[in-house]
Design a protein around this ligand. Structure first.
Ligand code: NAD
Ligand code: MG
Length: 391
């Protein structure tokens, strides 16, 4: 039996992971599940998978979770420290699917076990890529990318020498507003930005798809995880979301990875790795699909992509600042405090204010990443106050 733990079990990635594990309960020993405020779902998952431990991120949810699990024998805990401790319980496979920078610490802790970390939390690589990879190396752990694009790249690279890679192309659906004229984007509301054309995901990543901040994060993740140069990585708009990524080699070959827009594919690949198991996703019918479309991503329309290239060049703490500013901008947009296009303006302003803090020749430590995150949120908050006053 494989011992598995899922961080962020109640989210979109978490629910899909639970779905796959629940199909073969005899194969897995579920060590711990973590969630947030959706206590009812967390309790239901913990009972269904006979988990050893259920942890909510919020102290205030401890009572309701304990009540929901009373008499089941499932251990209950709450708070960030309890989530960190859950990462110390021996597990062979850990899913990192908390949303936001909060996912970094549990992932880093899990790596210390020297086993497999299935990484959906993209903020980990964006904020602290070099730290994550060096921790994995030190402890002999394996990181498997779960973002669909990075799983696609990883699969295209099986048996290949990374030195023969010329370029990596990741695709973007273009998000909810891809057909809006650029000059109308500033009017986009929360509900406009929350409807993804192809993927069914959490609210935050869906809005990040509309600004292309999601793709910007994925460019940075690609740079960090695969170690290729920024000029070798590009994003292209592909409205069908059926090709997830392409890898171009020195001989001109371009390997594309296709699959339905269903995250259970990338999760299932990581779950069965290094083998291929049966994964219950739809099979593509190419004659029915008939055509696939591509167009260049317009950097004027999507400033997030330009900012991503700046971050990839700067490295150091640029990713931590970029991500924290992006999270603060997203919170302000969701709260109705700033407009859609102001999100990118805010991230750019924060990067520019903190440009002197970003460059560092020292190896990244968790403390300096967390300090940069904190400073960027503070700086972003003061920019937001200015933007709100000017509206
Ligand atoms: P989600 O919002 O649906 O779920 C997030 C999970 O994290 C929930 O279980 C929630 O309870 C938990 N959580 C939220 N804040 C927390 C905190 N402060 N501390 C501890 N737990 C907390 O998010 P999602 O869409 O499943 O995405 C999860 C991660 O995977 C993100 O980093 C996202 O970018 C990445 N990702 C998601 C998809 C997708 O299809 N949804 C695809 C690729 C990558
Ligand atoms: Mg993705």
């Amino acid at each position: 039996m494989r011992r598995v733990t899922i961080f962020g079990a109640t989210g979109s990635i978490g629910v899909n992971t639970v779905d796959l594990i629940a199909r073969a309960p005899e194969a897995y020993d579920v060590v711990a599940l973590t969630g947030g405020r959706n206590v009812a779902l967390l309790a239901e998952q913990a009972v269904a998978l006979k988990a050893g431990l259920a942890v909510t991120a919020y102290d205030a949810c401890y009572g309701p979770l304990s009540e929901a699990l009373a008499g089941t024998g499932i251990e209950v805990a709450a708070g960030p420290q309890a989530i960190k401790e859950a990462a110390h319980r021996p597990a062979d496979w850990t899913m990192s699917a908390i949303v936001g920078a909060a996912g970094l610490v549990p992932g880093l802790e899990a790596l210390k076990q020297g086993k497999v970390l299935a990484l959906a939390n993209k903020e980990s690589l964006v904020t602290a890529g070099p730290l994550l990879l060096s921790e994995a190396k030190t402890h002999g752990a394996t990181i498997l990318p779960v973002d669909s694009e990075h799983s696609a790249i990883f699969q295209a690279l099986v048996g290949e020498d990374i030195a023969t890679v010329e370029r990596i192309i990741i695709t973007a659906s273009g998000g909810a507003l891809r057909d809006w004229p650029a000059e109308t984007l500033h009017k986009a509301t929360l509900s406009d930005a929350c409807t993804h054309p192809n993927w069914d995901m959490g609210q935050r990543i869906t809005i990040d798809s509309a600004t292309l901040f999601n793709k910007a994060m994925e460019l940075i993740e690609t740079r960090e995880f695969f170690g290729v140069r920024p000029d070798q990585i590009e994003a292209v708009i592909h409205p069908e979301s059926l090709i997830h990524a392409l890898v171009g080699f020195t001989d001109g070959a371009l390997m594309a990875h296709l699959g339905p827009p269903d995250m259970r594919h990338a999760i299932g690949y990581a779950l069965h790795w290094p083998d291929r198991g049966h994964v219950p996703v739809d099979r593509l019918d190419l004659s029915h699909i008939a055509q696939l479309n591509f167009r260049a991503a317009d950097p004027d329309r999507f400033p997030a992509l330009r900012l991503a290239h700046e971050v990839m060049e700067a490295r150091g703490l640029a990713g931590a600042v970029f991500n924290a500013a992006k999270e603060a901008a997203l919170d302000a947009f969701i709260a109705g405090r700033i407009g859609f296009t102001q999100m990118a303006e805010l991230v750019e302003a924060t990067l520019s204010t903190l440009s002197g803090e970003i460059v560092t020749s020292k190896p990244l430590t968790l403390d300096c990443v967390l300090a940069a995150d904190h400073l960027a949120r503070k700086t972003a908050a003061s920019h937001i106050a200015t933007q709100v006053a000017a509206r």
